[in-house]
Design a protein around this ligand. Structure first.
Ligand code: COA
Length: 154
């Protein structure tokens, strides 16, 4: 049984978890300023996080979703995404978006299983915004794949 709740400003930023999803501390600190960080707890142990940020008047974006390595593959990631969808609906958002790399096969599967559809590709995003080269599943991560889920008609 896990509990998911927003972190308050006096909580320490769970940088170790956030870095699992995004290698850039600089990028994380920048979107933490505008977004709300939610954390999943198992008893006192923080085992997962996501950041929900407003992208435009009716659109919110999940900026970072990460599950502690020892807890991965147990359905926590799916619970975090469904929690984010419910929070976005409560906030009255019309669309929720999420982006991932072209090489993130597991994440692309997970987001589509949660109902997201592919919407666009931003070519060379990771080459332009990240200093280090990123490889996953033997594929270089170069392009940002954006997915979205319509929550209510505009
Ligand atoms: N192909 C198809 N489905 C796959 C898959 C694959 N290669 N790998 C995983 N899945 C599916 C699982 O089967 C599960 O679906 P099911 O419930 O229908 O069986 C679904 O993905 C969700 O799995 P879950 O256990 O909830 O995922 P998780 O708790 O491990 O969390 C991440 C997923 C991505 C958040 C987690 O692996 C993580 O923290 N990774 C590092 C950080 C990261 O990359 N974040 C995303 C940045 S875009």
């Amino acid at each position: 049984m896990i509990q998911i709740q927003p972190l308050s400003s006096d909580n320490v930023v769970p940088m170790d978890l956030l870095l699992l999803a995004d290698p850039s501390k600089e990028q994380i600190l920048s979107y933490l300023q505008s977004g709300t960080c939610y954390a999943a707890f198992h008893e006192q142990d923080m085992i997962g996080v996501y950041v929900l940020s407003s992208r435009s008047q009716h659109t919110v974006e999940i900026m970072n979703v990460a599950v502690k390595e020892s807890w991965q593959g147990k359905g926590i990631g799916k619970q975090l995404i469904h929690h984010a969808i419910a929070e976005a609906k409560t906030a009255g958002a019309h669309t929720i978006e999420i982006g991932t790399g072209n090489s993130s096969m597991h994440q692309l599967a997970l987001y589509q299983k949660c109902g997201f559809r592919l919407t666009s590709i931003e070519h060379d995003f990771f080459l332009k915004h990240y200093d280090e080269l990123i490889y996953e599943n033997g594929i270089q991560c170069m392009d940002m794949v954006r997915l979205s889920l319509v929550l209510q008609a505009d």
